[in-house]
Write a protein that binds this ligand. Structure first.
Ligand code: BGP
Length: 464
């Protein structure tokens, strides 16, 4: 059969999840609390319909059934995260044997079904005891994380060959320290910079541990949400606004992770506004000598910006938005449920940028997807007919295919997400999965897109 959009041999087809969003069992199996368990206890109203992270999609108990479904829909790879507070309940002390057993079982079950595990170490889920020390504000927590990372490599590295230090590390910075959508709900740019800096130092230390453990054929990377910054116009002020947004939200992690150093322009800007973080001797060398082997790219939406129309209030908290205004492009295509623009070409622009400016490092799409509210509207013959999701994936894959044809070193495409899961404050509002979940019974039912992805992975591509 001739396939119109054919992907390279061995292309990784799969999906991604994170521990807090699917495991449930938040107080079972010896797990310690993390900031989500704690924040929900404190402020349940900040979560959609008051639904918290305690049960989520119950993967902790149903992983066998879920892995069977993954196999059935053609996954050859799957990314999950280890919950730091499950493995080391207080973040630094004793290792929880039940957690070792659980993650061993998940990994073994995946391998027995020919699904390669991609494992991420940190997905927004700071152990509560570590947050009490200041979370990423604290250098002590950086050290604890490096120990946790080493523990994971040692325990699971015989079977797990793809490792990731962080998922979207800019998000806890934005959510927890700038825009009030993650615990600890602080608004303080200088702390945000410190948190971002410590996250990348922790990342480099984990890579150093990884190299010393020496996992045969092992690779380590980071997963970044790259949001291309498009200026409203070619006016120099708009272009400058877009460049600054790019520095803050993309290059702040992309450059140190891939190139081992921060962009000069970012350092100059932070110095000018007296917002530099505290650094320690040896940090620069640490970053330089511990760059990634592989880059995961999460892509959902572009960022459109324009030059500021008004000067910022000098009395207000210093913010990235002191340098640009967000721009609503007329006629933009929206996902109204999530409030995110859909711009498929963005995926291509990111890959061209990585090819041209980041040494064409090995990469893959580690998340892309579409959250839709009220999907039961689309049920026909007991199945959600999510044609909009199939369309969304196709259009993104076409652009990805074009980037690959032009030489981008892209090895796979993972969807967010495998089955409907709990989202950080939206809980189960928007559904993203190939598999739907009935929250009352936890029954899993493949959506139409599950059958589509199965065929696409089997054919290693698709025809329009
Ligand atoms: C990414 C995160 C995921 C996931 C996804 C969808 O930023 O890595 O954890 O949640 O976005 O976003 P949301 O759940 O906020 O709709």
């Amino acid at each position: 059969m001739t396939v119109q959009y054919k992907f390279p041999d061995g292309f990784w087809w799969g999906s991604a999840v994170s521990a807090t969003q699917i495991e449930g069992a938040s107080r079972e199996g010896g797990k310690g609390l993390n900031i989500w368990d704690y924040w929900y206890e404190k402020e349940p109203d900040r979560f959609f319909n008051g639904v918290g992270p305690d049960t989520t999609s119950d993967f902790y108990h149903r992983y066998k059934e879920d892995i069977q479904l993954m196999k059935e829909i053609g996954h050859n790879t799957f990314r999950f995260s280890i919950s730091w507070s499950r493995l080391i309940p207080d973040g630094i002390g004793e290792i929880n044997k039940q957690a070792i057993q659980f993650y061993n079982d998940v990994i073994d079950e995946m391998l027995a079904n020919h699904i390669k595990p991609f494992v991420n170490l940190y997905h927004f889920d700071m152990p509560l005891e570590m947050q009490k020390l200041g979370g990423w504000e604290s250098r002590e927590v950086v050290e604890a994380y490096a120990r946790y990372a080493k523990t994971c490599f040692t325990l699971f590295g015989d079977r797990v060959k793809k490792w990731f230090t962080h998922n979207e590390p800019i998000v806890p910075v934005e959510g927890g320290y700038l825009y009030d959508f993650h615990y600890p709900n602080i608004v303080d740019f200088k702390k945000a910079v410190q948190v971002a800096y410590h996250t990348i130092i922790a990342h480099a230390k984990a890579i150093k541990e990884f190299r010393s453990v020496q996992i045969p054929n092992g690779k380590i990377g980071i997963i970044l949400n790259l949001t291309p910054s498009y200026p409203r116009s070619s006016h120099p002020a708009d272009i400058k606004a877009a460049e600054i947004a790019d520095l803050f939200f993309n290059r702040s992690f992309l450059d140190p992770a891939v190139k081992g150093k921060y962009p000069e322009e970012l350092i100059a800007l932070l110095k000018e506004y007296d917002q530099m973080p505290e650094v320690e001797e040896g940090d620069r060398e640490l970053l330089q000598s511990n760059t990634v082997d592989i880059l995961g790219v999460n892509y959902y939406q572009p960022r459109r910006v324009k030059a500021k129309s008004h000067l910022p209030n000098p009395e207000s908290p210093f913010m990235p938005e002191w340098f640009f205004d967000n721009y609503e492009m007329p006629g933009r295509k929206m996902n109204p449920y999530r409030g995110w623009e859909i711009y498929e070409k963005g995926i291509y622009d990111i890959m061209v940028n990585i090819k041209e400016n980041y040494d064409n490092i090995e990469s893959f799409i580690s998340e892309n997807g579409m959250g839709v509210e009220g999907e039961e509207r689309f049920i026909q013959d007991d199945m959600i007919n999510d044609d909009y999701r199939i369309q969304f994936v196709k259009e993104h894959l076409k652009w990805l295919h074009k980037a690959i044809e032009e030489g981008a070193n892209v090895k796979g495409y993972h969807m967010w997400t495998f089955m409907d899961n709990w989202s950080w404050s939206n809980a189960y509002k928007n559904r993203y999965g190939f598999i739907s979940i009935d929250l009352q019974t936890q029954k899993r039912t493949p959506k139409k897109s599950a059958y589509w992805i199965k065929e696409t992975s089997q054919n290693n591509g698709f025809t329009e």
